[in-house]
Design a binder for this molecule. Structure first.
Ligand SMILES: [Zn+2]
Length: 474
């Protein structure tokens, strides 16, 4: 394992002190600076050591005081590492003690596992060197996990470098430059993957984020993760489930201090919902199309099979007033074939409104008209919904009547309009299978801030406009 190379005092005395501290560290003992006193922590001083420390106290104090940030009570996390890292042949107990001594809160993980198999570890990580030494002395095969939030850390964990590269590139982040940055600590387990360690920004609780694709078996495939909070990362010496040992490619104690994530990465972390579709589109251009198909399917299933007079009216309206024409009437800006700046969510700089046959799809979700799919988060509708929006009508039923009149389409006879045949047999008023009654989905406020890429809550139900898709007799 790498010894420290960037000590501030390359003098003879400094070197002597460094070796002395390394010797102590090798036995799991950390010297803590307490004003002008030295406090050994993490274990019992070996015979003769106390005398040596007393003799060299002045040099040790000078050495430790010279460090930019000396350990001071519970001021965590440490940006700089005080004492030399354990050597290549150091035991896991020495390493665990070293991490704890430097302000990391650690947990033990069974060898070959990715996380602890016991509960409560997030709340009660090991912060005490003696506990750390005790545990890893008894269980030297255990891996060492650092609880990120409790240690003031966060990390970028790249599972699939080849796909993370274009995904991050799509949001302005050069992955290779990050991975090669000499100022960012990097850990490697499986050589096909990479993990970078950062200091968590103070005063901000970053949530964990995951970019995944759906694999062949329908299971999510991890591309990369932004990790923070109540999660743990394995640190060397630990073992990846593949059997490979984790190692530091760039250790934090060889770097002047652990840096915060660069601005571009923090930006991604904070604007995840908005930027995620762009990253997905970069690695799976069909992902958007697939989701659109699914949303359109849901819309059609909810809308019925066209068995009543009103269904026929709506079908004729769709035929006679193509979406493109309605959009042109509404001054929508076409941005490429079948793609528009969303007129429901202006301004839409990254056009997210598409035509899909006689339906439109809005990738923002939460559109004020139409139907928002809880599975995909997309909003879907037809020309009647657009017309309703453009005229400011409060139901698609009214829009159907107005538009039918405008287009000269005959309305169903009054008996059907007034009659019991409404709503049709495949009605959306049938209670959903989960027994919950549908509730109206709140419409996005017009003129408010664009709800770019916001995903509606998973429990959002069928909007009222689809519960009563057709007008009552007037
Ligand atoms: Zn939209």
């Amino acid at each position: 394992m790498t010894m420290t190379t960037a000590q501030p005092q390359p003098s003879q005395e400094g070197e002597q002190v460094r070796l002395l501290l390394a010797e102590l560290a090798g036995q799991g003992i950390c010297l803590e600076l307490d004003g002008e006193n030295l406090r050994p922590r993490g274990g019992k001083l070996p015979p003769g050591m106390r005398q040596r420390l007393v003799e060299r106290k002045a040099e040790i104090l000078a050495y430790l005081h010279h460090q930019p940030s000396s350990r001071n009570g519970q001021t965590l996390p440490r940006r700089r590492f005080l004492r030399p890292a354990p050597g290549a042949d150091a035991s896991p107990a020495e390493w665990a003690a070293y991490y704890v001594c430097n302000g990391f809160s650690v947990v033990h993980v069974k060898r070959g596992k990715k996380g602890p198999d016991y509960t409560g570890w997030q709340k009660n990580p090991i912060k005490d060197e003696r506990r750390a030494v005790q545990h890893w002395t008894r269980h030297p095969a255990d891996s060492i996990g650092v609880v990120l939030g409790a240690s003031g850390l966060c990390s970028l964990d790249v599972d699939d470098i080849d796909r993370a590269r274009p995904a991050l590139g799509a949001v302005g982040i050069a992955l290779d430059a990050l991975l090669d940055d000499p100022a960012i600590p990097r850990i490697e387990g499986n050589p096909q993957k990479a993990r970078l360690l950062f200091l968590a920004p103070t005063g901000e609780m970053l949530p964990p984020r995951k970019l995944t694709l759906t694999g062949k078996n329908g299971q999510p495939v991890m591309i990369f993760e932004l990790r923070a909070g109540l999660v743990q990362d394995l640190l060397p010496p630990s073992w990846h489930p593949s059997g490979k040992p984790y190692r530091w490619l760039r250790a934090p104690w060889d770097i002047e201090e652990i840096p915060e994530p660069p601005a571009t990465l923090l930006n991604l972390w904070r604007r995840w919902e908005e930027l995620q579709p762009r990253m997905l589109a970069a690695i799976d251009p069909d992902a958007g199309q697939r989701q659109a198909e699914q949303a359109a399917c849901e819309y059609r299933a909810h809308q019925g099979q066209g068995e009543t007079g009103w269904d026929e009216v709506r079908r004729q309206i769709r035929e006679r007033r193509p979406l493109a024409e309605q959009l042109a009437r509404m001054d929508a800006q076409e941005r490429g074939r079948g793609k528009y700046s969303c007129i429901l969510h202006p301004p839409d700089l990254n056009p997210s409104f598409w035509l899909h046959g006689d339906l439109w799809i809005c990738a923002h979700g939460g559109a004020p008209v139409g139907f928002t799919s809880s599975k995909t988060g997309y909003s879907v509708g037809d020309v009647v919904d657009l017309y309703q929006f453009s005229k400011g009508l409060d139901s698609p039923g009214k829009a159907t009547v107005e538009l039918a009149r405008e287009l000269g389409i005959a309305l169903p006879d009054s008996s059907e309009r007034a009659g019991r045949s409404l709503p049709p047999a495949h009605s959306l008023t049938d209670p959903p299978r989960d027994g919950k009654l549908p509730v109206e989905q709140s419409a996005a406020p017009l003129g408010g801030p664009p709800a770019d890429y916001s995903i509606p809550p998973a429990d959002c139900c069928i909007p009222a406009c689809l519960l009563h898709p057709y007008p009552m007799a007037d």
